[in-house]
Write a protein that binds this ligand. Structure first.
Ligand SMILES: Cc1cc2nc3c(=O)[nH]c(=O)nc-3n(C[C@H](O)[C@H](O)[C@H](O)COP(=O)(O)OP(=O)(O)OC[C@H]3O[C@@H](n4cnc5c(N)ncnc54)[C@H](O)[C@@H]3O)c2cc1C
Length: 426
């Protein structure tokens, strides 16, 4: 191989990229791999809370996976990430309560690393890849990906153009626009019609004590609303910057830290846009911009007590009387009703009421609802095969390509691409 020629180039160092790199080097130690990331360390969920879900369909885009396929690969993911599973208690009690109000509670095998310890996990994984001779280029952005006759070629932001027999593109959700541009240049058709829109709820631990029994309870409500990414212990709501606006998210430190007595989780509604849809991504941008416009450049937060009374929350009264805990992410106190589309708000509020009958307390007046939390999973390329190949030498995997929705699913999608690369060589 010449200096700029590899067997495989992988764009990204998130879980999808790692899944591909480990599987390729496990099965062919001599393979030459270059991984590239524009960040100094891989971003996304591995770097943040790093909750790992090992039960299908959590974290998998169901239209791209069968249960058998996911369950075949999850043990391989587990072997690399070495999770320490959380115990669950009283599941039957919660499940019965949920069933009575038409809600499903999934029993998920879960592990949690925590934002403070995830860097250690990432270091272990990256050191292992370095020992195998995988080259990693950090702080380097890929600006272009092209198909050539016998290979694929990428362009880096310093002008270099390395080539490879296969390129795995795994840029995550933040690489959404990059991926769309690449697909358009390659002439790969894609649909962009699904997105998740919702709120992040923050409340006192005593108002959502289920987290003592089940770390990240997965409730599925009617109208495609679900709980997502629950954090407790030392739990915080966080801002995620997307170009000119911010979205909310949440994370928690590992169990080695003292708790702050708070819990946060998302309630998300999946929206499937239909004809004459133009773009789920555009809709996400419009909703994100609108909320940030109303919030004076930041997301919004509202106490449940104010929301119920049809009043906006204000900075002056945000911590008065019953509103007894301070927000961990003090954004703009306001009125969600002005920013959230009515149908989405109605379905999310109905889910909140059902949740309050399953875990009484969550609708305490002090509970805070933050908006917007939006997940753009929608970039679904037209794949040529079950290995997420989009052109003869290019594969697209992970959350950016809409085939996963979490760490374990993303990792498994990388394995599927790696299997395709080996299959192509036979
Ligand atoms: C704050 C936060 C917390 C989360 N917590 C969890 C959790 O606890 N559990 C869970 O299962 N999921 C969680 N997620 C979701 C999880 O991060 C994703 O499902 C998962 O990381 C997707 O993996 P991926 O490899 O597809 O993308 P990513 O992990 O996003 O990795 C993509 C990588 O590609 C790089 N990249 C993008 N474009 C380019 C380019 N043009 N050139 C070079 N590099 C590029 C990015 O810098 C990034 O490092 C969280 C997400 C966020 C944002």
């Amino acid at each position: 191989m010449t200096a700029d020629q590899y067997d495989v180039i992988i764009i990204g160092t998130g879980p999808a990229a790692l899944g591909a790199a480990f599987h390729l080097s496990d099965n062919n130690p001599a393979i030459s791999i270059l991984m590239i990331d524009k960040e100094p360390v891989c971003s996304g969920g591995l770097l943040n809370d790093c909750k790992q879900n090992y039960s299908y369909p959590i974290g998998f885009a169901e239209e791209c996976w069968t249960r058998e396929e996911a369950e075949r690969l999850l043990p391989l993911v587990e072997r690399k990430l070495q999770p320490v599973f959380k115990e669950k208690m009283n599941l039957e009690t919660y499940r019965k309560r949920a069933e009575r109000v038409g809600v499903e509670l999934f029993d998920v095998r879960q592990a949690h690393v925590g934002t403070d310890r995830s860097r250690l996990l990432i270091r272990r994984l990256m050191d292992e890849l370095a020992d195998r001779g995988v080259q990693v280029m950090l702080r380097r952005e890929v600006t272009d990906v092209r198909e050539e006759r016998e290979s694929a070629l990428i362009t880096l932001d310093d002008g270099r153009t390395p080539r490879a027999g296969a390129v795995v593109v795994a840029p995550g959700r933040k690489g959404f626009a990059f991926l769309q541009r690449v697909m358009e240049q390659l002439g790969v058709e894609y649909v962009d019609n699904i997105l998740d829109v919702g709120i992040r709820v923050e409340t006192r631990l005593e108002n959502y004590p289920i987290v003592r029994d089940y770390y990240d309870p997965k409730f599925y409500f009617p109208d495609r609303v679900r709980t997502f990414c629950t954090n407790s212990g030392q739990a915080r709501v966080a801002l995620e910057r997307y170009g000119e606006f911010s979205l909310v998210n949440g994370h928690a430190l590992s169990s080695e830290n003292n708790g702050n007595g708070l819990v946060n989780f998302a309630l998300l509604k999946t929206i499937g846009l239909k004809d004459p849809v133009r773009s789920g991504h555009q809709m996400a941008l419009i909703l994100g911009r609108l909320a940030n416009e109303i919030g004076g450049g930041r997301p919004l937060m509202q106490r449940v007590g104010d929301f119920r009374m049809g009043k906006r929350s204000t900075a002056e009264t945000f911590n008065d009387d019953l509103y007894s805990f301070r927000p961990t992410c003090p954004v703009t106190a306001g009125d969600l009703g002005l920013a959230v589309p009515a149908k989405i708000m109605r379905h999310i509020w109905a889910a909140m009421k059902k949740l309050d009958t399953i875990v009484p307390g969550v609708l305490h007046p002090s509970t805070i609802m933050y908006y917007p939390e939006i997940k753009m999973y929608a970039n679904k390329p037209a794949f040529l095969d079950s290995h997420f190949r989009v052109t003869p030498h290019i594969y697209m995997v992970g959350d950016g390509a809409g085939v996963s929705r979490g760490i374990t699913g993303a990792w498994a999608s990388g394995i599927r691409a790696a299997e395709g690369i080996f299959e192509g060589k036979r």
